[in-house]
Design a protein around this ligand. Structure first.
Ligand code: URA
Length: 196
């Protein structure tokens, strides 16, 4: 079975089995989207209004900014895979609660195991703290994080500020774009490490 078929089966299973309380208020689940064979997986926080309406992650203003940053490193959305730690929209876009994150956690981990990317990029502190609870985004952004988690094929991680937070903040926007532009160099660094 190829990765795309495996992901489709995984999402179908979790649409039924996910116990997240947000199911009650969200319009629909928002599973991951993009290239199942991608080298890079981006992980955001939770769907917003547009995502809840369309059932696709990062289709609103944060998604447009993300597409702009991808273009700056010669990538398109079709080249990458993008998902969220929580698959249902929290009411009024509030932060997801710990129990909502843990209800969706296995779904995310199974997605990551199927895609098995070279690099996982966190969009914002919620995504990063889901894997690295002790890290602070203000210190960890723009740096390669390396950790072997049990049962996880990927051990290379990279944290960025969330595009929605940076969208209207000039200095954060500049920092995010500068960190984003380092992604090709980070991929080369990973290749070098894997050869040694
Ligand atoms: N912000 C997120 O974290 N995820 C989305 O899908 C959209 C906006």
């Amino acid at each position: 079975m190829d990765k795309k078929t495996k992901l489709d089966a995984l999402n179908k299973k979790w649409f039924v089995e996910c116990k997240c309380e947000l199911k009650k208020t969200a319009k629909q689940p928002v599973p991951g989207d993009g290239n199942a064979e991608a080298e890079i997986v981006f992980i955001g926080e939770a769907p917003g209004r547009s995502e809840d309406e369309q059932g696709i992650p990062f289709v609103g203003s944060a998604g447009k900014f993300l597409a702009e940053m991808l273009e700056a490193i010669n990538l398109k959305r079709e080249d990458i895979y993008i998902t969220n730690i929580v698959k249902y929209r929290p009411p009024n876009n509030r932060d997801p609660l710990p129990e909502e994150k843990s209800a969706c956690r296995e779904w995310l981990l199974e997605e990551l195991k199927i895609i098995s990317p070279k690099l996982i990029v966190f969009l914002g502190r919620h995504a990063m703290n889901n894997f690295f609870p002790a890290e602070q985004i203000s210190k960890a952004h723009g740096k390669l994080l390396i950790k072997q988690f049990a049962g996880m094929p990927t051990k290379y991680f990279y944290a960025l500020y969330h595009p929605a937070a940076a969208l209207y903040d000039g200095s954060m926007r500049g920092t995010l774009m500068a960190d984003f532009k380092k992604i090709p160099k980070i991929l080369k660094e990973i290749e070098k490490r894997e050869k040694n």
